[in-house]
Design a protein around this ligand. Sequence first.
Ligand code: SF4
Length: 211
Amino acid sequence: MGNRYRTWFGEQRGNRAAAAFREKGWRVWYAEDREVAKKLLFETCLPKGVTVGLGGSETLAALEVLPALRTADYHLFDRYNCADHFAMCRDSLLAEYFLTGANALTITGEMVNIDCSGSRVAAMAYGPRHIIVVAGVNKIVDTLDEAVARVHAIAPMNCKRNNHKTPCVETGLCADCNMPGRMCNHLLITYNAQKFPGRFNLILINESLGF
Ligand code: SF4
């Protein structure tokens, strides 16, 4: 069981952010923990039989979604098990559903993400018909400036996770590198989701998940 004051704080901020995202056209579910979130994902948000693309995400890993997605219930574009990663990620752009985490969410209803290849932000911007974002309340910051700062601040951890050969993996500090493994190449700010009603979906979890 987590600290009850932290739980209260996460609930306050989570509900406030949820209201802001709904105001901007998102469909939002609030989950007390990852188990509730996983149930929402598979029983409410993601219909059986659909094609599914994935963004690399520690939060999705924490929810342990892969085993279910690899069953006959879904047609998964499996970025973790493929011969041609570029082709798999490109094919994922035409999946019906795309599951992903988020690098930062603002309490006023914006989402900010940064990518190395751009495959994930491309999917979010104009790929699959349905985007499902799964995120812990630790991703919520107060302002857009803080969100942009956050995505840069966590980039060294993403480089470490993906075994990229960048200076930040040695030091934990950004050196504004200029090399193939650079994580910080494509920045996407999703200001508003009214364009295609129902396209952007958010499961907000009152836990600290990913980084
Ligand atoms: S610009 Fe390069 S050094 Fe800086 S965080 Fe991104 S990948 Fe690391």
